[in-house]
Design a binder for this molecule. Structure first.
Ligand code: S3P
Length: 173
């Protein structure tokens, strides 16, 4: 049996889907951002401010390495930027079924236009930042994913159901 890993842009619903799915498939839910904050005893925002982005990206890679050694299987949601590192892409694929929760830029902009927690969206013109990052990241998410689920206009319940179906189909093969 494999892990199920949720990837996608900030605000696409990885955490909400991960938490709900974990109840339904009776596995623990792990979120790499939460794991890092717990280990570091400080927020992502503080880690970025005090150590810089590269340091945070190293922590993300370390997280994947730890999860790879874990014999338990989990539902794992990962930070939006994690799949961008090439070495993380290989680690993700070894870890289990990678599900990309795809969402349109307009939806993300609406959800995150007032965000104060995500370091990469602070400062002037968050909309432009979202647009640029989504353009860079979309093709990478698509490349890494085993399954792509379009989530715009769908209720959380429906998205969770679709991920669960993909997961069950995968483990029965
Ligand atoms: C990031 C996404 C965040 C968090 C950090 C960087 C990114 O996680 O890891 O702020 O580079 O997209 P979410 O995708 O859960 O918001």
């Amino acid at each position: 049996m494999s892990n199920v890993i949720l990837i996608g842009f900030m605000g696409c619903g990885k955490s909400s889907v991960g938490r709900r799915l974990s109840y339904r498939v009776r596995k623990t839910w792990i979120d790499t951002d939460k794991l890092i904050e717990h280990q570091q005893k400080r927020s992502i925002k503080d880690i970025f401010a005090m150590e810089g982005e590269n340091y945070f990206r190293d922590l993300e890679t370390q997280c994947l390495r730890i999860l790879k050694k874990d014999r338990e299987r989990h539902v794992i949601s990962v930070g939006g930027g994690l799949p961008m590192r090439e070495q993380n892409q290989a680690l993700l694929q070894k870890l289990g079924l990678v599900v990309y929760l795809r969402v349109k830029p307009e939806t993300i902009m609406e959800r995150l236009k007032h965000d104060k927690k995500r370091p990469l969206l602070q400062g002037d013109n968050p909309k432009e930042k979202i647009q640029k990052l989504m353009q860079e990241r979309g093709p990478v998410y698509e490349k890494v994913a085993d399954v792509i689920i379009d989530t715009d206009g769908k209720e959380l319940r429906q998205i969770v159901k679709e991920v669960q179906e993909a997961y069950c189909e995968n483990i029965s093969h």
